[in-house]
Every structure is written in structure tokens, then in C-alpha cells.
Write a protein that binds this ligand. Structure first.
Ligand SMILES: [Zn+2]
Length: 216
């Protein structure tokens, strides 16, 4: 098993791409095998929903169930392999200064907001709408949205399997690095939720940075 913790920190000046994603916005990019995406929680306590699809055949996509089963862990953190619905490793978490990411609670939607927080919230922008907008660029749609990753979201799971969305623990500048093991479409919704503490009731921008694969 590779020891990710001993890798030298990545140098921002060597990045091939960087962008600030405004609060509540979607973002996506094709990550080639070996490229590393860093997601920076610029102001802290911001949940970042994410989905991955194989470029060659988007029917192969991130599987929360297989990822948790293979890991034998309830959370996503350093060294976690993100596994597809066909059992392949799509990407690996190669750095993590936050230490807590979720893949059990799913993403927010107009429908779930209405059920959980009342009918008046049904018209608020939600992650599901962000995913639909961004996936449309690749010919994908509603039926392609599956159980997703949620970086920087704190969802403690008790021994009975019950979970709660708790206050975020990520500090300003915390980051997580994801290195692609195959070519993937990496889709993000910078979560617009304002009805629970996942974004400290105040959605904020994130920064995304990409490094190319190191020369061998
Ligand atoms: Zn959301």
C-alpha cells in the first residue's frame, strides 16, 4: 500500500489549471489519468458535492456503495480509492488536510428540501439542479445522477448506522487532492444549501487546482 502521508506537498506554482468556483455554482473538467485535482475550501465549512464518470463510457461511474464496501470504512479520507460501479478504481485521495468527507448523505434537491425544511424552500437552488446543468455538457442527464461524494461535509455515523448532518469541521484553506487513475469527467456542485449546517448556513466560493501527471 502506498504511503500517501509521506509524499511532498504539491507546489501551487506548478499547477496547469486553477479557478475560483463561486458560491452555489457547478463546475466540471475532464481529468486525464495521473492528473490531480485539488479542491480548496477557501473560506471553510463549505460542502462540495461531486460525481465521477469514465470518459470512455460514462455508464461506468462513481459508486458510493462499492467505495465504502472496498474500503471497509464509513468515511472518505486520505488513501481512499474511489471505486466505479464496475469495480475499477477511478481515482485516489492523495492529500487531505480536513480529515472528514462524506459519501452517505447524498446531495440536496428541491424535492428533499421541501420534505425536510418546508414547502417554501422548494424553489431554492440545489445541488441536483447544479448536477443537471453541468452533466448536460456531456450529454448526461437526471438519470445519470447517482449517490455522490460530499467533500468537507461532516456526517457522523453512529454504531447503529444513523447519521446526522453536523457542523462542518473544515477550516479556511483546507484542501483535498484527488488523483485520477483513469480518464474521468469530474463534476462538482458547490453546495447552495442554506437550511442545514453543512455550509454554516452561508455558501462560499471554493478554488479548484489541477496538476498534470509527474514526468517519469
Ligand atoms: Zn447541496
Amino acid at each position: 500500500m502506498t504511503s500517501f502521508g509521506t509524499a511532498p506537498p504539491r507546489d501551487i506554482s506548478g499547477a496547469s489549471y486553477a479557478m475560483d468556483v463561486p458560491a452555489e455554482w457547478p463546475w466540471s473538467r475532464i481529468l486525464r489519468r495521473g492528473q490531480t485535482l485539488r479542491i480548496i475550501d477557501s473560506e471553510g465549512q463549505q460542502a462540495v458535492d461531486a460525481l465521477l464518470y469514465c470518459v470512455d463510457d460514462p455508464a461506468e461511474r462513481y459508486s458510493a456503495q462499492d467505495t465504502l464496501r472496498v474500503q471497509g470504512s464509513a468515511y472518505i479520507d486520505l488513501g481512499t480509492r474511489l471505486v466505479s460501479n464496475r469495480g475499477r478504481v477511478m481515482a485516489t485521495i492523495t492529500a487531505d488536510s480536513c480529515g472528514r468527507h462524506d459519501t452517505s448523505a447524498g446531495c440536496c434537491s428541491c424535492e428533499s428540501n421541501a420534505v425536510r425544511f418546508g414547502e417554501a424552500t422548494k424553489y431554492q437552488h440545489a445541488c441536483r439542479e447544479n448536477f443537471i446543468l453541468e452533466l448536460s455538457k456531456y450529454g448526461l442527464g437526471k438519470r445519470d445522477i447517482v449517490a455522490n461524494l460530499k467533500f468537507f461535509m461532516n456526517v457522523p455515523i453512529d454504531p447503529e448506522g444513523r447519521f446526522t448532518v453536523a457542523d462542518g469541521i473544515s477550516a479556511p484553506g483546507n484542501h483535498v487532492d484527488i488523483t485520477a487513475e483513469v480518464d474521468v469527467i469530474f463534476v462538482i456542485s458547490n453546495c447552495p444549501q442554506i437550511n442545514n449546517p453543512c455550509n454554516d448556513f452561508n455558501p462560499t466560493p471554493i478554488r479548484v487546482v489541477v496538476w498534470d501527471a509527474p514526468a517519469v
